[in-house]
Design a protein around this ligand. Structure first.
Ligand code: SF4
Length: 156
C-alpha cells in the first residue's frame, strides 16, 4: 500500500499544524495549489501548496524543509530504479547478496513489515512484483497530489 498508517498521518499533521508555513484555512503547505518559495535556514525551499491531510497519507511524500520524512525515501527509490534497470536488462541474472539485502530493506520500508530472506525463487519474484506495484502506485498517488514533487522523484 502506498499509504501510511493513521498514527503516522496524525503525527505528520501535528507537525504541519505547528509549522509557520502551514495555512490553516486551506490546510496546505504554503499557499494552496501554487505553493511558494521561502528562505529556510539559508536555503531557498519550494513549499508544495498541497492539501496536507491528503499528502501526509503517502509513504513517499516528505516535508520540503525536512520536518518529517518519507518512509520510502528518495534514496530507496533511486536504489530501486538502479536495481530494476539492471534486472530488466537481464532478468535471468541471479540476484546477488547485496541486491537481496537492498531489496529486503526496500520491501520492509514499503510495507512496514519484516521479510526473511529465503532460497525460494518464486518468493523473491512475488516480493519483486509487490515492490513494482508499490513504486508505481506510490508514484501515481504522488502525481495526483503533488505533480511537481513526483516529477522530481522520477527525474532523480
Ligand atoms: S510539509 Fe513541512 S513545511 Fe509544509 S506545512 Fe508541513 S511541516 Fe510545514
Amino acid at each position: 500500500m502506498p499509504f501510511v498508517t493513521n498514527k503516522i498521518k496524525t503525527d505528520r499533521l501535528s507537525i504541519c499544524r505547528t509549522c509557520s508555513y502551514y495555512k490553516r484555512r486551506t490546510q496546505s503547505c504554503g499557499p494552496l495549489a501554487v505553493g511558494s518559495t521561502v528562505e529556510h535556514k539559508g536555503d531557498k525551499v519550494k513549499l508544495c501548496g498541497c492539501v496536507m491531510p491528503i499528502k501526509a497519507n503517502l509513504q513517499i511524500a516528505d516535508c520540503p524543509i525536512g520536518l518529517w520524512t518519507a518512509f520510502f525515501t528518495d534514496q530507496d527509490l533511486q536504489r530501486y530504479k538502479d536495481w530494476k534497470q539492471r534486472y530488466d536488462q537481464d532478468p535471468r541474472k541471479i540476484v546477488d547478496e547485496q541486491d537481496q539485502q537492498q531489496l529486503v530493506r526496500m520491501y520492509e520500508a514499503a510495507f512496514d513489515t519484516k521479510w526473511t530472506p529465503t532460497n525460494c525463487r518464486s518468493c523473491w519474484q512475488s516480493m519483486i512484483k509487490a515492490l513494482n506495484h508499490f513504486v508505481s502506485n506510490s508514484h501515481k498517488e504522488l502525481e495526483r497530489v503533488d505533480p511537481e514533487s513526483a516529477e522530481k522523484k522520477v527525474a532523480r
